[in-house]
Ligand binder design. Sequence first.
Ligand code: PLP
Length: 462
Amino acid sequence: MDSAEFEDWSKRIAEWSAQYRDSLRDRPVRPNVKPGETFKEIPVSPPEDGAAFSSIFAEFERLIPDAMTHWQHPRFFAYFPANAALPSVLAEQIVSTIAAQCMLWQTSPAATELETRMIDWLRQAMGLPEGWRGVIQDSASSATLSAVLTMRERVLDFKGIHTGLSGHKAPRIYASAQAHSSVDKAIWVAGIGQDNLVKIPTRDDFGMDPDALRAAIAEDRRKGLQPAGVILCVGGTGIGACDPVEAILQIAAEENLYTHVDAAWAGSAMICPEQRSHWKGVESADSIVFNPHKWLGAQFDCSVQFLKDPTDQLKTLTLRPDYLETPGFDDVVNYSEWTIPLGRRFRALKLWFLIRYYGLEGLRQRIRNHIEWAKEAEQLIRETEGLEVVTPCSFSLFSFACSEGDAATAALLERINKDGRTYLTQTQHQGRFVIRFQVGQFDCTREDVLAGVAAIRALHEG
Ligand SMILES: *Cc1c(COP(=O)(O)O)cnc(C)c1O
């Protein structure tokens, strides 16, 4: 493709993109397709000869958009949001054109330095102390795995990376029953094993019980096991549960355990000072992850890991083969040494565009609106005969169910999602099937939230 054709198609795709975003309110949030429908439309074998881009694009338009679940739809209330605010989309267009590998300072000087600055902007925006540093990762799963590996190596005196895990006592890691599945997976992948992830019971508010944590650590020490770290949850995925951060971190400090806070979704809300009571005491943690690609508005992927002191993670993950040496550049940050993958995308640009375009005040206003509208939706569901709120708003997430029981709730969810006006997902809570409702899509309005609730009510009554 030559640059003239590239320019022409870039313009056409920009036009298509603007129309796509404008069309979202009129589309069903989740497409009405069956498994295999797209697959059978794609030729079985790859083409021997090239094709005009116009025919490629026509095929795309015919097959793909109508068979997608529209995550940028303003009535998307499922899972958590994966926002892609338009200024961050523009940044990604540039990034995909420049296509740099941001593994070392030398391979990406401006990207590396912008990343350092963006991490510090976010640190200030969230009220974290000076001196904290950080890195942009692809996902919270990767950041949590990095932290778990650091917990493992710290307790093994950094010998595991050389000798492997056999011959060492297994590290023990503690998290609440509300912890995300990425914690379990990190434990598997780190070679620690599910049996060494101790799920601590929660209190009535679904936060980790500090007394139970203390008892579990003491029990492990008595048995000669090796406590290594605690993973805390602020805004859990199921119902938005928050661990009592200050109390848990206090215990971890007394026990000399490494700590990681998973605030993948709710971390974005911490740009609003009034939300910070949810993680009071967080400055005593070692590591925090939050995903600007969820609630904040930065196009996926963009997960920020803050580190109070990166030394232990660097000792765990830094590997400097000859071909990555950069003679003469010793005092620079090479972010690939902070993370598991070597190759890294230029993710800081979208944060820069996003924060500059909206300003922190613009971003805060969105989050405040979402929280307020979620509370309004919760109240309307509460007032609906036959529906009950099961867990109240945590940030902008609540859950509800049919009074009649699980079968009725599951049937209602299916009707809602077939209908297409809105899209919701479920979780299990205390043995009960509940429907989650979270408000967080970047462009959603109060009317969208009310329309979502109206659809739920109509389908419940109908
Ligand atoms: C979304 C989420 C994760 C996983 O995030 P990825 O970036 O998709 O890996 C982990 N923990 C919590 C609390 C989440 O909400």
